[in-house]
Design a binder for this molecule. Structure first.
Ligand SMILES: C[S@@+](CC[C@H](N)C(=O)[O-])C[C@H]1O[C@@H](n2cnc3c(N)ncnc32)[C@H](O)[C@@H]1O
Length: 226
């Protein structure tokens, strides 16, 4: 496998490597309950498929699939260590509705889902903490993929920090944005106006902004019916 591009974040680079491949993201422990409290009531009791983009360690996949047994959860990432961690968390959790992770670069023009045995169309696509730590091309690929692979009325759920129509919603997010851009000029906290515009170009519309702790949010975008 090719090395992951240098622009990405990689978990498990500090401290002793875990014995069974399960990596731990400290942020997961701070944010997973707040995310689940919004996503679970939306999906609970429904059947359908969720495609997760940039699953990282796999901890969100396990936590969310565990709370929604009637939903089939498809985790993905493009970093091989993260794919190993997702697979290890999956083995550990042993959830029948959590599928094996697949390698997916969200910026690719064709995700080749059908060819790899995945559904072609999803109820929800979920993507947490990815687009600000990746070049804008990843956001572009994500929305184009959402257009191709969300069923009519399906939703893209984006979790992270967001600038709100040109202004940061907290000094801590402004500082975070600056530090991201210092690390990599292609990274940065994304603006809701730019995301709305990108969504519109892909037949999606911003439906809701769920405000979450630590000045983060979940933005939900819905695929239009036509
Ligand atoms: C900060 S981590 C977030 C992981 C996880 N979603 C979470 O919230 O704990 C960002 C993840 O995005 C993945 N990623 C970055 N660029 C990507 C791309 N072009 N396609 C797919 N995944 C990507 C990285 O490998 C990493 O696992």
């Amino acid at each position: 496998m090719a090395d992951p591009p240098k622009f990405t974040v990689e978990f498990g680079q500090d401290g002793a490597p875990p014995r069974d491949g399960r990596l731990d993201a400290p942020a997961f422990h701070r944010n997973h309950e707040a995310i689940a409290d919004v996503l679970v009531p939306f999906l609970e009791g429904h059947t359908g498929d969720v495609l997760e983009i940039g699953s990282g360690t796999g901890q969100h996949a396990v936590a969310l699939a565990g709370r929604m047994p009637s939903i089939t959860w498809w985790p993905t990432d493009f970093n091989d260590n993260h794919l190993r961690s997702i697979a290890a968390w999956r083995r550990h959790a042993n959830l029948p509705n959590l599928k094996e992770p697949i390698r997916l670069d969200a910026s690719a023009a064709d995700w080749q889902l059908k060819e790899r045995g995945l559904p072609d169309s999803f109820t929800v696509m979920f993507c947490a903490n990815v687009i600000h730590i990746a070049p804008w091309a990843v956001a572009e690929g994500l929305f184009a993929g959402a257009h191709r692979h969300l069923r009519a009325g399906g939703q893209l759920w984006l979790y992270g920090p967001f600038r709100r129509d040109g202004a940061h919603n907290a000094p801590s997010n402004a500082a975070f944005d600056e530090s991201l851009r210092r690390q990599n000029p292609e990274w940065g906290v994304r603006d809701t106006a730019a995301l709305r515009d990108l969504a519109q170009r892909n037949n999606l519309a911003l439906k809701h902004t769920h405000e979450l702790p630590s000045n983060n949010a979940i933005l939900t975008f819905e695929q239009s019916w036509w």
